[in-house]
Design a protein around this ligand. Sequence first.
Ligand code: PEP
Length: 250
Amino acid sequence: MRTAFMAGNWKMNKTPSEAVAFAKELVEALKGANAKALVAPTFVALPGVAEVVKGSNVLLGAQNMASVESGAHTGEVSADMLLDIGVQYVILGHSERRAIYGETDSLINTKVKFAIEKGLLPILCVGETLEEREAGKLEEVILTQVKEGLKGVSEADLAKVTIAYEPVWAIGTGKTATPDDADAVHKYIRKVIADLYSGSAADAIIIQYGGSVKPDNVKELMAMENIDGALVGGASLKTDSFKSIVFFDK
Ligand code: PEP
């Protein structure tokens, strides 16, 4: 039985004081949820939001993390810094990190392994562009991103990993993959995990869908066999819409 997991990626939105005020509202609004709920504010908002969510059912994630321990890495934020303020999860390989900041599968894999080693739980994002989908490369892209992203991760450690399938063409565009299309890719990801690890690992892994998830499409997505949650951008920025997503089962 996989527990539903809804994660809000706030991206580069909300100042630290706005983030704290919003987190206070969310902590109240998300009380009693059956689904796991996580918020991922910007780095500078993390300490304030960490104080607000402490002791609540709202989990805390970062949107990225350095691939190395410490030292001369201007502009980077380390795993230890995140752990020190109470961060539990880290989103890695988001398509914006891949496309805008040139993150490669190899760098993302280093971060995934480093996060696990440090005790942070990675949410590994994978997904194809429209061009790749139209060229018939969907499975090839997903296979590469999953296989390379998880290279060297043991089956025991895989239990700490969440995968987020986010078709790039559906992120922030208002276009959602149909529930059937999304489920087919999630099913394929489970097959890849079964081939790389085992059938039981494939059954157990949580696979979120991301790409314009909203209160009015979350139910039909969550009704699909292989969709276990959502990684939400735009609709995670307002209390009512994120609450409706987290309480999709009510
Ligand atoms: C995301 O950024 O991961 C995302 C899915 O964004 P949106 O929900 O806005 O499409």
